[in-house]
Structures are given as C-alpha cells and as structure tokens.
Design a binder for this molecule. Structure first.
Ligand code: ADP
Length: 334
C-alpha cells in the first residue's frame, strides 16, 4: 500500500515499520487532530458503538498511515490495509469488505484514486454496512444484498479536493494534517535515534529537524543518511557540523529543499520568468508527473513561502528568487 514516489526509497519501508509510532502517546505533534480523534474513539468505545469513518488528508509522510494503525490499536481491532489504485473493480472491494470481522478498521490509502464503480459500492458499505453484489449480465442480472460486519473505514488522501462530494460526506470525522514545526521534528528524530541507536547530539538533531520540510518521514530519512556519513567519514556522533556536511552530499539545502524542489523553482524562474504558469507546464519542464509536483513539492514550497498559487497559475515569490541567488523583478509578490 506504500507508494514509492521520487521522494522515497525502497529501504524506507522496513525502517518505517520500525520507527512508526505505535500509540497515540508516541505520536508527536498534530495536537489538535490527536485530541479530536481521542474524543471520537473513546466516545464510541464508551457507548459500545462502531466509531465513525475517518478521513486524513495532507501531504505524504505526515503520519496518516501511522495514525490509522494507532486507531486500530486504540480500538483493540485488527486493521486491513489497501489503497485506491488496488480497488479497480467493485469485486476487489467486495472481497475486501466481506472478509472484515466486526469492529475491524479498513484503511484505504490514496482513496481519491479509487475507481468509480468501487467508490459507489463503498457508499452503501459505509452507510449501511451492506453491499449489493451484481450477478450475471444484461437483462438477467440480479443483485444480491450482502450484509457486512460493522467496521470503521479510515481513508487517507494527499488530495482531498479530488474526492467526490458523496464520498467526503460519508466520513464522520475529517482531519487535515499540518506540516510539523522544527520542535516537533526535533522530538521525532530524537525518538528515532533512540530506536536506531544513533549518537545524536542536540545541535545535530536541531539541524536535521530544520531541514526536513516539516515532514517526519523526511526527518527519519535524513537521520539515516547523516548517520551513514557520521559512521564513514566522522567519529560516529551526529553533530551539527556532521549533519551539515552530510546533507550537502545529499543535495539538501539549508531550507530543506531537495533537488526536485529547487528544480521546480529554477524552472519557474528561469523558463517562465517567475510565472504565472500552470502546474502541468511546470511539471513537464522538470520532467515529473504533475501529481508529484502538485502533491509532493508544491505544498511545502507554498508553506515555506517560495511559491504562491494564483488564479492564473503558480508564481515564484521574491524569497524564491533570493534563495536561488537572483534578484526578483519589481512586480514579484513578497
Ligand atoms: P503518510 O501515511 O502520511 O504518508 P506515515 O504514517 O507513513 O505517513 O509516516 C511516515 C513515517 O514518518 C512513519 O513511519 C514514522 O516513522 C514517521 N512519522 C510520521 N508521523 C509521525 C509522528 N507524528 N511522530 C513520529 N513519527 C512519525
């Protein structure tokens, strides 16, 4: 269920399992989401009800999958994991749903990519814990209702805007995950260093936290790259100096931007004079999928103040020009 975008490497998956927070109390940050979720879950538990369906939206690596697993853990339930792209035919979903046992959590990652017929089946399943299985074709086709065990659906999406209204309306609780503050990322890397046995010093942790694009997954990845460097080129301890030297090798700049982030800004500024330009045109210019630029790069560039969305397209801010060592034209937005 884990997609391997350009910002990920396959080795991440094993380590991510090791570093995943297991309990709500181990989950750093997102205080508001955590509090709301705790109420939703414990309210339902008290009444003996099945908790409402939950939707998490936000950029990759912010903890949507981790929180879903924590939900199951808090409920003492099993979790079944699938993804929108895997649910191409309604039969795929029907098989998944009919295998659920009472109280299970069904996690659907990238739920905005679910095929329409499966999505329609999901409406009834979410609302009435029931599906209609169509048997046969043409005029002889009949639909057989199938009762499902009550379950809680947890959906995750990097593009909540791409969800249809009827699907979105069926979630009783929707949480938007925010980028993490450097302080929160500092806690994330310290916890991970403890688990991995890395000798991480205070200033080293702060440096990694500051360059992690507000994203725990990236913080953990940078920690591992810096650890390699510390072991091979230094004495093993991760200090600020070691972190800086290592991150330079991996093309992560002082703002945490990686090569693709900078390529997007450079294209925007050099090929399109700072914009405005449409996301697809920009994606072609850097040789990436529009969805990657839009869902992976752009949210952080906007949040960091380098890129602005306007009705006519994406625009580089003055900060972006300065970041690339150039002087912005007079009419550039701040
Ligand atoms: P998403 O599903 O949003 O892409 P994940 O839940 O897979 O993100 O998180 C990626 C990794 O980042 C996890 O394996 C975990 O190591 C780390 N992580 C994410 N959120 C947190 C958090 N709040 N506290 C600690 N670690 C986190």
């Amino acid at each position: 269920s884990v997609s391997l975008g350009p910002h990920e490497d396959p080795g991440d998956r094993d380590v991510e399992t090791t570093l995943r927070p297991r309990k709500l109390s181990e989950f750093v940050g997102q205080a508001r989401v955590r509090e709301q979720l705790e109420l939703v879950l414990h309210g339902a538990l008290r009444r003996g009800d099945q908790p409402d369906h939950v939707l998490f939206s936000g950029p990759p690596g912010l903890g949507k999958t981790s929180l879903s697993m924590i939900i199951a853990q808090e409920l003492g339930s099993a979790i079944r994991v699938t993804s929108g792209p895997a649910l191409e035919k309604p039969g795929d979903l029907a098989a998944m749903l009919s295998n659920l046992t009472e109280g299970d959590v069904l996690f659907i990652d990238e739920i905005h990519r679910i095929a329409r017929p499966a999505e329609e089946m999901l409406y009834l399943a979410m609302e009435d814990f029931r599906v209609d299985i169509v048997v046969g074709k043409g005029p002889g086709a009949t639909s057989i209702p199938l009762e499902l065990a009550p379950f809680t659906l947890v959906g995750a999406t990097t593009r909540s805007g791409a969800l249809t209204g009827p699907l979105r309306d069926r979630f009783g609780f929707t949480a938007h995950m925010e980028f993490y503050t450097p302080d929160e990322l500092d806690q994330v890397v310290r916890r991970s260093a403890g688990i991995l046995g890395v000798d991480l010093r205070d200033d080293g942790a702060a440096e990694i936290a500051a360059r992690s694009r507000g994203t725990p997954r990236i913080a953990n990845r940078l920690l591992r790259r810096v650890r390699d460097y510390a072991e091979v080129r230094a004495e093993g301890a991760v200090t600020r100096e070691v972190a800086r030297a290592a991150l330079q090798v991996y093309d992560v700049d002082e703002m945490g931007l990686d090569r693709l982030d900078r390529a997007v800004l450079r294209a925007l500024i050099k090929s399109f004079h700072g914009g405005p330009v449409g996301i697809s045109t920009l994606a072609v210019a850097v040789g990436e999928e529009p969805s990657t630029v839009e869902e992976v790069c752009e949210p952080y560039l906007v949040r960091a103040g380098f890129l602005a969305r306007t009705p006519r397209g994406r625009v580089a801010t003055a900060a972006a020009w300065y970041h690339l060592g150039m002087t912005p034209p007079a009419n550039t937005p701040g």
